[in-house]
Design a protein around this ligand. Structure first.
Ligand SMILES: [Zn+2]
Ligand SMILES: [Zn+2]
Length: 167
């Protein structure tokens, strides 16, 4: 793995993490892990929600790889991958928890087409409060809102509530 330049490994990991996050959100969090993720599809009472445990769980491979690469001396490549996982976590926290769900007060208003698109896509994910029938599981890549809305309409809008606050 040391033939691949570190920054490239880092970038590939960040991109790969979007695919991993999509799969984990769709098939784990909206699957057997719904008992934790459910809290994120309900209005939050207080500062934290059970769903926050996922952030801690997804940090473990990153910590493990740092330790394996640097701590045990198996090469910096592992640390670059660990860094990519951590960076994705930080990006996700910034976009998802701070910007979209406003867990930290701010006055940011999205202006770029890209930011508007990913925010709207995630709001559409929250339109459905149940485990099934949701759309848009990824985050830094999102289909066009029209595509997501058509998909929602096709599913008969089970579990839909007004998209008032985005959850
Ligand atoms: Zn969800
Ligand atoms: Zn959310």
């Amino acid at each position: 793995m040391d033939e691949i330049p570190g920054p490239l490994l880092f970038l590939m990991t960040v991109i790969g993490m979007e695919g991993f996050a999509y799969a984990a959100h769709r098939w784990i969090m909206h699957g057997p892990g719904w008992f934790l993720h459910k809290s994120h599809h309900r209005p939050r009472k207080g500062r934290f929600e059970l769903n926050d445990l996922y952030a801690a769980i997804f940090a473990l491979p990153s910590i493990g790889l740092f330790w394996y690469g640097i701590g045990l001396g198996h090469g910096a490549g592992f640390a670059w991958i660990a860094g990519g996982i951590a960076a994705y976590g930080a990006i996700y926290f910034g976009f998802h928890d701070v910007i979209v769900h406003q867990r930290i007060g701010h006055h940011y208003v999205p202006r770029s087409a890209y930011m508007k698109r990913i925010m709207q896509a995630h709001r559409l994910h929250h339109v459905v409060e149940t485990r099934e029938g949701n759309v848009s599981f990824g985050f830094i890549y999102a289909p066009r809102p029209e595509v997501l809305k058509a998909e929602l309409a096709k599913r008969g809008r089970a579990g839909v509530r007004s998209p008032r606050d985005g959850g």
